[in-house]
Design a protein around this ligand. Structure first.
Ligand code: ATP
Ligand code: MG
Length: 361
């Protein structure tokens, strides 16, 4: 008797620009994987047409009952949001951040993965296997939305704006435990905590205090605390020292873009926005934006989106399938089938086809 197939329900939200192209690529690769599984698992997709074009038609980035419609899916597979005709704060808060916050996706995982056949601006990338993960606190910190404009009211002329950051003990502790637990699954058991606590004396000092306390529960994991400016240098000069890097919302956002640029292109970088308690769906998306400069031309690199699909498979409890997808990515780049951002001439479709072919190898 064969076991009943496990069917995973996935909400696809391609949204804007190259998001549409890379989500289509990711879906094609995942469907090929499922077809190949001999019925062991299947994906049932529903696609939602939300994004900036939708906003221009309806005045809304997503339907009013959108969250309600998403909440029973096993995962959200997201493209990219944003378009020059819609202000960023409307598009971002109206869709992507709305989903992140409403579904309490407080952990954002962004692997920095160096691929064979892809030129890195780092000289030492050629002879060193580089592989680390940025864990980003995704629910508070500098993106808590606290503050306001025109707060002076004292008539001395010139507007005053305040932008505050929120750090809670609970928020710090849960992201650090997440980082330590992740470090334990890796060959190099180390967590690097990043702050700017020499210049920001409240929230980031709380972060440091919580890090020291949580570290006591993980005596088997090596730790370090590094200031964000020094960590930026370390990404470039000593990346082989890194395994798990945990940082606040803003710092991790910047560091993970640096990491993906070092790995060769923003188009390669994958990410997962996780609700670790699994009360709500988690969301998987490439790190890059909608890339209006290349959208609709078949130039988008689909590897960031496909790598995000691999993170989704891990979340579904299919680590072997995730590994298969990552192997297909490595085989494709090693064979020199590369889009323009990583120095090749292949189209999105060429790379997608190569990835599907490589699943068999
Ligand atoms: P966001 O504000 O949403 O993060 P952004 O303004 O930072 O977006 P992106 O849209 O990510 O920028 O684009 C930054 C650069 O990276 C652009 O030159 C774009 O063409 C390139 N880029 C982004 N994604 C890809 C991709 N998948 N393939 C190739 N190039 C990409
Ligand atoms: Mg960006």
């Amino acid at each position: 008797m064969t076991a009943a197939p496990r069917t995973f329900r996935i909400a696809a939200i391609p949204a804007d620009g190259v998001g549409k192209e890379v989500v289509a690529a990711g879906r094609a690769v995942l469907d090929a994987l499922a077809e190949d599984s001999g019925g062991a698992f299947a994906f049932r997709w529903e696609e939602f047409p939300w994004g900036c074009a939708y906003y221009e038609r309806t005045g809304r980035m997503m339907d009013e009952d959108g969250l309600e419609r998403l909440k029973d899916f096993d995962a959200v597979y997201f493209g990219a949001v944003g378009w020059p005709t819609v202000p960023d704060h409307i598009s971002l808060w109206g869709l992507r951040l709305k989903i992140c916050q409403s579904f309490d996706q407080w952990a954002n995982v962004r692997p920095v993965h160096f691929l064979p056949g892809v030129q890195s601006p780092l000289r030492k990338a050629d002879d060193t296997e580089l592989d680390w993960v940025v864990v980003r606190e995704n629910s508070e910190g500098e993106y808590a939305g606290l503050g306001g404009r025109n707060l002076s009211g004292r008539g001395q002329g010139g507007e005053v704006a305040v932008q505050s950051a929120l750090f809670t003990e609970v928020g710090c502790e849960r992201i650090m435990r997440f980082a330590f637990d992740l470090a334990r699954t890796r060959a190099h058991k180390k967590v690097s905590s990043v702050t700017k606590s020499n210049a920001q004396q409240y929230g980031m000092v709380l972060w440091d205090d919580v890090f020291k306390r949580v570290a006591l529960d993980y005596a088997d994991v090596e730790t370090e605390s590094v200031l964000v400016d020094a960590m930026s240098a370390k990404f470039v000069l000593r990346p082989e020292d890194l395994s798990v890097v945990v940082a606040s919302n803003l710092n991790a956002d910047i560091l993970s873009d640096l990491g993906s640029a070092l790995a060769g292109s923003l188009g390669l970088a994958a990410s997962a926005n996780l609700n670790p308690e699994r009360r709500f769906p988690s969301m998987f998306e490439p790190v890059h934006g909608s890339a209006p400069d290349i959208a609709g031309q078949g130039l988008a690199n689909p590897i960031g989106a496909v790598g995000s699909a691999a993170l989704m498979l891990e979340h579904f409890g299919l680590p072997d399938q995730a590994a298969r997808l990552n192997k297909a990515i490595e085989a494709t780049t090693a064979a020199g089938i590369l889009t323009r951002d990583v120095g090749g001439t292949a189209t999105t479709e060429d790379v997608t086809k190569a990835l599907i072919d490589a699943l068999d190898t």
